[in-house]
Design a protein around this ligand. Structure first.
Ligand SMILES: [Zn+2]
Length: 72
């Protein structure tokens, strides 16, 4: 593994409800914002090294307001 000091946290969002955002990188404040709009989606936080592109999954969690999506 990489021992670099400069590790960047990158957040990916996945979910059936989030449409075009599925599998995309989210800004730091974006998951909380999306949680008010979507019922359920998962956030994967990945640590990435800027110099060697080493990366690993730091954690993942589920967000959302919990209501079923409209129109179903
Ligand atoms: Zn590195």
């Amino acid at each position: 593994m990489c021992h670099a000091v400069r590790l960047t946290l990158v957040r990916y969002v996945y979910g059936d409800e989030v449409g075009r955002l599925d599998g995309r990188v989210a800004a730091p404040a974006e998951p909380a914002e999306m949680a008010r709009r979507y019922g359920e989606f998962r956030v994967y936080v990945v640590e990435v090294c800027q110099s060697c592109a080493w990366n690993h999954l730091s954690r993942s969690y589920v967000l959302g307001h919990g209501d079923p999506p409209p129109g179903r």
